[in-house]
Design a protein around this ligand. Structure first.
Ligand SMILES: CC(C)(COP(=O)(O)OP(=O)(O)OC[C@H]1O[C@@H](n2cnc3c(N)ncnc32)[C@H](O)[C@@H]1OP(=O)(O)O)[C@@H](O)C(=O)NCCC(=O)NCCS
Length: 226
C-alpha cells in the first residue's frame, strides 16, 4: 500500500516473518486468538482482550489493529505485527512495538502473544529479538521495556534470556484480584553486549518518518548479526 508505508516493513528471523497484516492475514490472526492464547482463567494482559467468547476475542484483535492504525501519530505509535511461520506463512501470533514521543525519549515498549498451540517452541524468543533489532538497530532506541505478570513464566524467561534488568513491580487490581506486574528494561548497550540471532529488516527506509524520525538517515535497511 503506497500511502501506508508500514505495509512494506518486514522482519525476517530464522523461522518467522513479521509484518503488518493484510486483511486476510488479520482475519487469520483473529482466528488464532479465538482458538486460545492463555490458559482458561488466566490473566496475562492488563486489558482483558484475550478473555471472553471466541467471537469477542477475535473482534478484539481486529479492532485493536484498526484502532492502532487509525490512531497512529508520529509521536504516539503502536506497531502491531502479525507473526507468520516460514516457509508457508501460517499466521501464529502478534508482536507489538510502541512508543510515545520516541524522538525525545528513545524508549519503546514491546508486547507479544502466540496461539497456544504455537507456544513453547522458541518463536516468542525470535519475535522479541526481531522487535529489539528494529528498536535498537533501526529506530535508534536507547531503552526497551516490557511487562509480564508474576505467574507468566514464559514471558519473564524470554526477557531474562535477553538480559533485561528488573525495573520494579507494580501492584494492579484486575477483575477484583491482585496482580503483580514485573517491569523489565534492556538498554542498547545491554542488547549489543550479547550474541544475537540473525534478523533481516526490509522496507524500513520507506517508513522511518512514521516513527517520528528524520527522513534522512544512514542506510540501515538490512541488519544482520551472526
Ligand atoms: C509469552 C510467549 C509469547 C512466549 O513465547 P514462546 O514461544 O512460548 O517462548 P519461547 O519458547 O521462545 O521461550 C519460552 C521460555 O520460557 C520457558 N518457560 C516456559 N514456560 C515456563 C514455565 N512454566 N516456567 C519456567 N520457564 C518456562 C521456556 O523453557 C523457554 O525458556 P528456555 O528457552 O530457556 O528453555 C508465549 O508463551 C505466549 O504467547 N503466551 C501467552 C500470551 C502471553 O503471555 N503474552 C505475553 C504477555 S506479557
Amino acid at each position: 500500500m503506497r500511502h501506508w508505508p508500514l505495509t512494506q516493513l518486514t522482519l525476517t528471523t530464522p523461522d518467522l516473518l513479521l509484518r503488518v497484516p493484510n486483511d486476510e492475514q488479520l482475519d487469520e490472526l483473529a482466528q488464532v486468538a479465538a482458538d486460545g492464547v492463555v490458559p482458561p482463567g488466566t490473566v496475562y494482559f492488563p486489558q482483558p482482550w484475550a478473555s471472553g467468547s471466541p467471537d469477542e476475542v477475535a473482534r478484539n484483535v481486529l479492532q485493536n489493529h484498526w484502532w492502532a492504525r487509525g490512531d497512529w501519530r508520529e509521536d504516539n505509535w503502536r506497531l502491531l505485527l502479525a507473526v507468520l511461520l516460514l516457509p508457508d506463512g501460517q499466521v501464529i501470533g502478534q508482536q507489538n512495538l510502541s512508543a510515545r514521543s520516541f524522538s525525545v525519549t528513545r524508549e519503546a515498549r514491546t508486547g507479544f502473544w502466540l496461539g497456544r498451540r504455537f507456544q513453547g517452541r522458541g518463536y516468542g524468543t525470535q519475535m522479541r529479538a526481531a522487535a529489539l533489532h528494529l528498536a535498537f538497530d533501526n529506530l535508534g532506541a536507547e531503552r526497551v521495556v516490557s511487562t509480564a505478570f508474576a505467574d507468566n513464566h514464559a514471558s519473564l524467561r524470554v526477557s531474562e534470556k535477553f538480559g533485561y534488568e528488573p525495573n520494579g513491580i507494580r501492584r494492579l487490581a484486575l477483575e477484583g484480584r491482585l496482580v503483580k506486574a514485573h517491569d523489565g528494561a534492556i538498554t542498547a548497550a545491554g542488547w549489543r553486549s550479547r550474541p544475537q540471532q540473525s534478523t533481516q529488516i526490509n522496507g524500513f527506509t520507506e517508513c522511518r518518518h512514521m516513527f517520528g524520525l528524520p527522513a534522512a538517515a544512514e542506510p540501515v535497511d538490512v541488519v544482520s548479526h551472526l
